[in-house]
Each structure stands twice: as C-alpha cells, then as structure tokens.
Design a protein around this ligand. Sequence first.
Ligand SMILES: CC(C)(COP(=O)(O)OP(=O)(O)OC[C@H]1O[C@@H](n2cnc3c(N)ncnc32)[C@H](O)[C@@H]1OP(=O)(O)O)[C@@H](O)C(=O)NCCC(=O)NCCS
Length: 215
Amino acid sequence: MMVTEPTSPQPFEVTAATPSSRASPSTGEPGVVIEPMRRRHLRGVLRIEGRTSTTPWSLGLFVAELGRGDQRVYLVAREESRVAGYAGALLVAGEAHITTIAVDPDRQGNSIGRRLLLALVRRCIDLGTGAATLEVRASNEAALALYRPFAFVPAGVRKGYYSKPVEDALVLWAHDVARPEYAARLAAIEAALPTPLRVEDLAPAPADPSEGTLP
Ligand SMILES: CC(C)(COP(=O)(O)OP(=O)(O)OC[C@H]1O[C@@H](n2cnc3c(N)ncnc32)[C@H](O)[C@@H]1OP(=O)(O)O)[C@@H](O)C(=O)NCCC(=O)NCCS
C-alpha cells in the first residue's frame, strides 16, 4: 500500500467523543479498544511499522496523514496504553482506499486485525463509502485471509508494485459495501469475534456524508 508524500502536517482533532453504538459494556478486562489514531499513538505505531514493513512509513508521513482529517480515517487498536495495531484509509469520490493495516507481531492471530478492519470499513461506510479497495502482496497469505470474509476480491495485478523484495500487488475490491447485505456480513464477522468489539471516541458522522465535514 502506498500514499503520496506529506504536505503541511496539522494536528489531528476529534471534535466530539461519543461511545459507538457498537461498543460493548466493559467486562472489567483490559481488552482491545479501537479508537481514532492520535499523535500520542505514533511512537507505538512506528514501533509496529518498523517490525511489519520493509519500507516503513516515516513519522512525517503519519503526521501528514493525520492532518488530512477530512479525507482520511486512521484507527488504532489499543490494549491498555499499548498500541497493538492500526489501520487507515483514504476517502475519495465515494471510495475507501485502505492504505495501511498492521498488528504487532507479538499480538497477531488474536483477531486484532479483524477488529481494526471491521471498525475501519464501518467508519468509511458511515462517511459515505460505497466501495473499498487495497493492494496486497501476492504472497501475503495472512492479509489475504483477513480480507476474504470482508468480500475483498481480486480485480487486477500491479506488476512489481512492491520493493524489498520486489513483488506484484494484487488489487482487491469490495463492492456495494453500503448495502444492507454487506452490513449483515460485517455483523456476522463481529458476532464471531471471541470477545465484544469495542470502538470508542469516533465523532458522529455527518447526516449527509456528501455535505458534511469529517472529523
Ligand atoms: C495481516 C495482519 C494485519 C492480520 O492481523 P491479525 O491480527 O494477525 O489477524 P487476525 O488475528 O484478525 O486474523 C484474521 C484472519 O487472518 C488470517 N490469518 C491471520 N494470521 C495468519 C497467518 N499468519 N497465516 C494465515 N492466515 C492468517 C486468519 O484466517 C484469521 O482468521 P481465523 O482467526 O478465523 O483463522 C497481520 O498479519 C499483520 O500485521 N501483518 C503484517 C502487515 C501486513 O501484512 N499488513 C497487510 C498489508 S496489505
């Protein structure tokens, strides 16, 4: 996945804090909380980025991405004060381009990636997305297995898209994500999680995504 280089970073602000209707009641255990990525998370994000990517994003790139709040969604998975993973998307013309998703190698295989993708896709849909796309290394079995239940299907190949090592990218798309059938798919994925999904501190989406400003 790639994004363009940063320009004029600004602080990322969440304008209102309301519990998600999908948040579960506290069980008394720390658990995984999905919440908006903020600058204070970036040390933890970069630690994971450095362990999961051969071409890691820089601090400046993350800061710039967070500064584009009206065109981006970036979330972290937090376990107590520790960042366990993150995911992000670029919103353009009713489409969500998922730009990054990664989980701490020490915490992989615990449904954290699935929680992040659930929350990310729902957030993008709430903000007006009708289809979602991403690139993935052709050999990345873990990521492909993560995306499959979300109905991401191959639509093309970008030859030699990745470096270190050079590899083709599969271009995946999930279509019609704003339809009730897709909401039911997401609900089924959520219902199969081992513990409830907790999503916190997302600002309310505008009533009409085509007119409103994003958080
Ligand atoms: C891809 C990634 C985000 C998945 O996160 P995760 O928290 O480990 O995934 P989950 O525990 O939510 O698992 C979701 C599904 O992915 C699949 N999966 C996860 N790890 C896997 C692995 N090592 N091998 C094969 N499938 C795997 C499983 O099918 C799993 O479903 P299951 O629990 O029913 O078997 C994580 O492996 C990662 O950070 N990889 C490095 C960064 C990366 O490749 N990002 C994707 C770029 S396109």
